[in-house]
Ligand binder design. Structure first.
Ligand SMILES: Nc1ncnc2c1ncn2[C@@H]1O[C@H](COP(=O)(O)OP(=O)(O)OP(=O)(O)O)[C@@H](O)[C@H]1O
Ligand SMILES: [Mg+2]
Length: 285
């Protein structure tokens, strides 16, 4: 983790068991065990991802620092002021800055919490690498839900063998996937996720802001936005441009990613992180 970066200009930093809620009703059916997807943790670990029970590992400490304010904003005192505060989107200005890496690691970290469940949504439907890492490519998912209004959320959400980690995969490729992502149905689904699971963090891996139009539309539904900035690659102008696309009323956190070790104190490698609970801070000044 790197340093905390003050946000730019006008933007302040801002198991195996059944799930009755997910079944969408409380009938006897909801008590039946649902299938559980096994995540290949060895494979993820080999690719540098955070995996459960990595207690003393630097990476887990770094993500602990990231998730604390995020959880407070979602569930802590005053959280009710943040509309849909449990909907968190991971964005970046351009591609390859580390959104998927961040989403997966953060979700693993949150899933280790005693009381918090996390639902990862692969909303990068054109490049669904999150679904790929989890072995859920081509699985029923978001695009299917967007395309077929008769499908229920519970039919597409995947329970995993990490009890507090659920996944909504990107879904099967659809020629209209980009339009679907910016549709009213997407807004409806996101709100449905927020309201139906108020005790969950719903973490969206998204496409890059400056390259696609869907990320910006999607960001408008979110309560919190995490902007990943790859150190040394993306220009400050691009980051500012991307931030300008986000609603300044949102809670926006910045993560400086892939920071070279030598530039930072040992405790803050290799990520940087800064939150803005913007309005409150501004008022104090
Ligand atoms: N902090 C990090 N340390 C080491 N490798 C990283 C880090 N963050 C990301 N990477 C690596 O950088 C590459 C790009 O990361 P990732 O796929 O997460 O980016 P992305 O923003 O999701 O890209 P896209 O916009 O194409 O979806 C991957 O190979 C990933 O493993
Ligand atoms: Mg990605």
């Amino acid at each position: 983790m790197t340093s905390i970066e003050k946000a730019m200009d006008r933007h302040s930093e801002a198991a195996v068991h059944s799930d009755q809620k997910e079944a969408g009703h409380h009938s006897k059916d909801s008590l039946l065990p649902r299938s559980v997807h096994r995540i290949n943790l060895a494979d993820l670990q080999q690719q540098g991802f955070l995996i459960p029970d990595h207690g003393g590992h630097l990476l887990s400490e770094e993500y602990r620092m990231i998730k604390r304010p995020l959880l407070l904003n979602a569930f802590g005192k005053g959280a009710s002021h943040i509309v849909h505060g449990n909907l968190v989107m991971v964005v970046s200005a351009i591609s390859g800055e580390g959104k998927t890496f961040t989403t997966l690691n953060l979700a693993m970290s949150i899933a280790m919490e005693r009381d918090t469940t996390v639902l990862m949504v692969d909303s990068d439907v054109v490049k669904p690498s999150l679904s790929g890492f989890l072995g859920l490519s081509g699985h029923l998912g978001l695009t299917d839900l967007l395309y077929d209004e008769n499908l229920n959320l519970s039919e597409a959400i995947v329970n995993t063998d990490i009890q507090k980690l659920k996944v909504l995969p990107a879904g099967r490729t659809n020629v209209h996937s980009t339009e679907l992502l910016a549709s009213r149905r997407m807004e409806y689904l996101a709100k449905e996720l927020s309201n139906r699971y108020p005790d969950r963090i719903v973490l969206f891996d998204s496409p890059p802001l400056l390259v696609t139009s869907q990320a910006c539309v999607l960001s408008q539904i979110m309560g919190q936005i995490l902007m990943v900035v790859e150190a040394g690659r993306v220009s400050q102008a691009a980051v500012k441009e991307a931030l300008a696309m986000l609603d300044s009323d949102k809670v926006i956190g910045l993560i400086l990613n892939k920071k070279p070790k030598s530039l930072f104190d040992q405790r803050y490698q290799p990520y940087g992180y800064g939150w803005d609970n913007n309005k409150k801070e501004d008022k104090k000044r």
